[in-house]
Design a protein around this ligand. Structure first.
Ligand SMILES: Nc1ncnc2c1ncn2[C@@H]1O[C@H](COP(=O)(O)OP(=O)(O)OP(=O)(O)O)[C@@H](O)[C@H]1O
Ligand SMILES: [Mg+2]
Length: 399
């Protein structure tokens, strides 16, 4: 995965941040220290009540910290005017929090109005934001939140948080109450929007799969905001810091890691190919000589058409049109190994066909290539464990 952050400059810097609510004997958040780099999407995951929402609300001062400090882009904002601060920090709250008596447009316009933008600019901004989150402005601008579906309301929440163009965005379970399909669409939209606007985002979720999909890094919270591990999704999955993180990540960590590997990370296998217009007898010779006992037929534009085996060529057909098993299992290099495995399990044929952006044949990725990559991942984790144990041993020896 490419590093999507901006040279590691911290946009948010939390130091020993603590919240003790009145009447509670234990702090809800206890000396939390964490940096979020500019342009980074940081995901908080952890059990209910561990202090995720409290932490977000301290960052934009909806909750006053009891002690500790918050820096925003190098400036200590622990004690600045919260109203001014909130114009620099967009907030998507648990349950969207749209104002029901205001139209969608007026909801999105809230911060730009507060910032005193001229009304023509506010109007243009509202439409731009609605378009960004995939809502047709003409159709949705003048409706009220209750006239929208849950998923649409969530999008308006995101549009509203982005409207004032704040460098930082806090999102508290922004896709919480949506069905899995809508959720997936909203997640993909967030990634698309983020690729465009590059905000510093802190996003809270209960869903480890969502964290893996969205996060540049993941902070796994334990009880009372103890940071059990902060790392990239691959680190958290491949090298869980302790048994708690391992349990939290859950079963299937190896399978989940495949979501993080793009198909172009594994070498595609060359495969014998022929043209649909070729002489069937020549193709049969090729099939007989091929290691897998099959050949991939391509059309004139080098796009895969069908897998042919010896059986398909006995008796020998007059031409190759319509012969063999349709070669539908194609993926481009941006797909993940998880996608590839899913496709392989859903079809027969020699594997997934890798094609370029124009659909031209580039190679075949089979189960062997995926397993070889998994073995490499395991070996890396083992090497890392050995190195970590050695470092620990020498540190103990020195102490
Ligand atoms: N206003 C409040 N007054 C007193 N205690 C509070 C208040 N808000 C939250 N708490 C307590 O602080 C702790 C952390 O709550 P918080 O809402 O931050 O958890 P969370 O991690 O967001 O949980 P969830 O995943 O359920 O949303 C909890 O024990 C909660 O009961
Ligand atoms: Mg919460």
């Amino acid at each position: 995965m490419p590093d999507r952050t901006d040279a590691g400059r911290p946009m948010l810097r939390l130091r020993e941040l603590t919240k003790r609510y009145r009447g509670q004997d234990r702090p809800a958040v206890d000396r939390l220290s964490l940096d979020v780099a500019a342009g980074e999407l940081m995901v908080f995951v952890g059990p209910s009540g561990c202090g995720k929402t409290t932490t977000l609300k301290m960052i934009n001062r909806l909750v006053e910290p009891t002690s500790g400090s918050i820096e925003l882009d190098g400036e200590d904002v622990t004690h600045v005017d919260p109203n001014r601060l909130r114009r620099r920090i967009g907030y998507v709250i648990q349950q969207t929090g749209l104002l029901p008596h205001l139209t969608v447009g007026a909801n999105v316009a809230l911060v730009p109005r507060l910032l005193g933008w001229p009304s023509a600019r506010v109007r243009a901004r509202v439409d731009e934001m609605l378009e960004l989150v995939g809502l047709d402005p003409a159709e949705h601008r003048d409706r009220y939140p209750r006239e929208l579906s849950g998923g649409q309301q969530q999008r308006v929440g995101v549009a509203r948080a982005l409207a004032g163009d704040p460098p930082v965005l806090l999102m508290d379970e922004p896709f919480g109450a949506t069905d899995p399909l809508t959720r997936e669409r909203l997640q993909n939209e967030l990634l698309r929007v983020q690729a465009e606007v590059r905000k510093t985002i802190v996003l809270v979720t209960h869903d480890i799969d969502e964290a893996i999909k969205l996060g540049d890094r993941i902070a796994v919270f334990g009880e009372r905001s103890r940071l059990a591990q902060v790392g990239t999704p691959d680190e958290v999955l491949g090298r869980p810091a302790d048994p708690y993180v391992k349990r939290f990540v859950g079963a299937g960590a190896s399978l989940k890691r495949l979501h993080l590997v793009r198909l172009d990370a594994v070498p595609a296998r060359p495969f014998p190919t022929a043209r649909v217009t070729d002489d069937p007898a020549l193709v049969r010779d090729l099939v007989v000589r091929s290691r897998s006992g099959s050949v991939l037929l391509l059309d004139a534009a080098e796009r895969p058409v069908a897998w042919v085996a010896a059986d398909d060529l006995t008796p020998l057909p007059a031409d190759l049109a319509g012969v063999g098993l349709p070669a539908t299992a194609t993926l481009t290099a941006e797909a993940t190994l998880h996608d590839a495995l899913d496709v392989m399990l859903g079809t027969d044929g020699a594997g997934v066909i890798l094609v370029d952006g124009d659909g031209r044949f580039r190679g075949v990725v089979g189960l062997d290539e995926v397993m070889a990559h998994v073995a490499r991942l395991h070996a890396e984790s083992r090497r890392h464990d050995v190195a970590a144990a050695a470092a620990l041993g020498s540190a103990e020896g020195a102490a």
